[in-house]
Unconditional design. Structure first.
Length: 363
């Protein structure tokens, strides 16, 4: 049995996104993190919560989400109390909500170290993940550091940002030279050839003290906005302060707000397999395939001359497919999507057209 969990360990689970490239399953009312996308019996947020709970006391795992998902969070994570659900009354990207949650946590425990992680990613080797997080926590307890877990690239992906680290370092934890925006294909190839570039997975580790200081130094206005409410945090007056002030925050990502501007940034190249589950194609890559290389979730299938398809329906629906290759076939209530996998990035645009023609309730 694992020894008593460290009371200074905290997590912030980011669960506010809509995941519109997973339409028609993922919708504004019911986004992908609350679905069992892999057909395992657990939703993505449940899998992420349980993974973090092997290292972090359950009561120290905070869920950051939009206020419209409050009920979904409490329904899917019954062990979580109202204190742990941090609600954003407006969409303002990742920096404001992370600063707000960090100030709350610091007020509760000045010695807190925390991981900030998306709620909807796929991680294969959970033990390796926990070991990496432990290593990062140890480093952040002893150093004023902003840390991230970087993923070793397996191909020149143009859909991720990259982290360039200092090649000279022999330590497992590397200092970061710079963050690089999503590259074009040739640039991505050159990053991989250089050997000191990692995918930015959006997983951060730091002490409450270090992250609050980074905001104070790099985003003084944003810091002041949320610092003004410090007396209300973790009290009955907090909700009113946040309702009145959250909307005034700048719409800015945590990468841009503090990571790209700070000198004390470090990265640990992760030892676990990772996938951001951003698209139907990335889900297809992670699922087991049938003998014709179709990935099937929930459906019962009869296929003829059909291969490389991603097929998902409600449980046990019979799907007959003949003559389709590399398609996304997803059946959800009043929507059926049959769409080429190679055009999966356009699903967002298709969704807008569907909403314009048939009504917002479909997205």
């Amino acid at each position: 049995m694992r020894e008593e969990k460290n009371k200074n360990y905290y997590a912030i689970l980011m669960a506010g996104g809509v995941g519109s490239r997973f339409w028609p399953v993922s919708t504004t009312d019911f986004p992908k993190q609350f679905h069992d996308m892999l057909g395992t019996g657990d939703t993505l947020i449940q899998k992420t919560f349980n993974r973090l709970a092997t290292l972090i006391p359950k009561e120290n795992i905070f869920i950051l989400t939009n206020e419209i998902y409050n009920d979904l969070v409490l329904e899917q994570l019954p062990e979580v109390t109202k204190r742990q659900v941090v609600l954003e009354p407006a969409m303002r990207n990742t920096a404001p909500c992370i600063l707000y949650a960090s100030l709350k946590i610091q007020k509760e425990n000045k010695d807190a170290v925390m991981i900030v992680a998306p709620s909807d990613h796929w991680i294969e080797d959970e033990k390796a993940f926990v070991d990496n997080v432990q290593q990062a926590f140890n480093f952040c307890e002893g150093n004023n550091a902003l840390m991230t877990l970087g993923i070793k690239p397996t191909f020149p992906n143009t859909g991720y940002g990259y982290i360039e680290y200092n090649k000279v370092s022999k330590d497992p934890i590397k200092s970061v030279n710079q963050f690089r925006e999503k590259p074009d294909y040739e640039t991505a190839k050159s990053f991989i050839a250089q050997g000191n570039f990692l995918w930015n997975a959006g997983i951060f580790i730091w002490s409450a003290k270090s992250v609050v200081e980074a905001f104070k130094n790099n985003q003084p206005e944003l810091f002041q906005l949320f610092e003004n409410g410090i007396n209300t945090y973790n009290t009955d007056l907090e909700d009113d302060f946040i309702k009145d002030n959250y909307g005034k925050a700048e719409n800015i990502s945590v990468d841009y707000a503090i990571m790209e501007k700070s000198e004390n940034v470090f990265v640990l190249p992760a030892t676990f397999d990772w996938n951001d589950l951003g698209t139907w194609g990335s889900l297809y890559d992670k699922l087991e395939k049938d003998e014709d290389n179709n990935a099937v979730v929930n459906a019962r299938t009869l296929t003829e001359d059909a291969s490389g398809n991603m097929i998902r329906t409600k449980t046990n629906k019979v799907v007959v497919v003949d003559g389709l290759k590399d398609y996304i076939i997803v059946d959800k209530d009043e929507v059926l999507l049959i769409y080429p996998k190679k055009k999966e990035q356009d699903i967002k645009k298709v969704l807008q057209k569907v909403k314009a023609k048939f009504g917002d309730h479909l997205g």
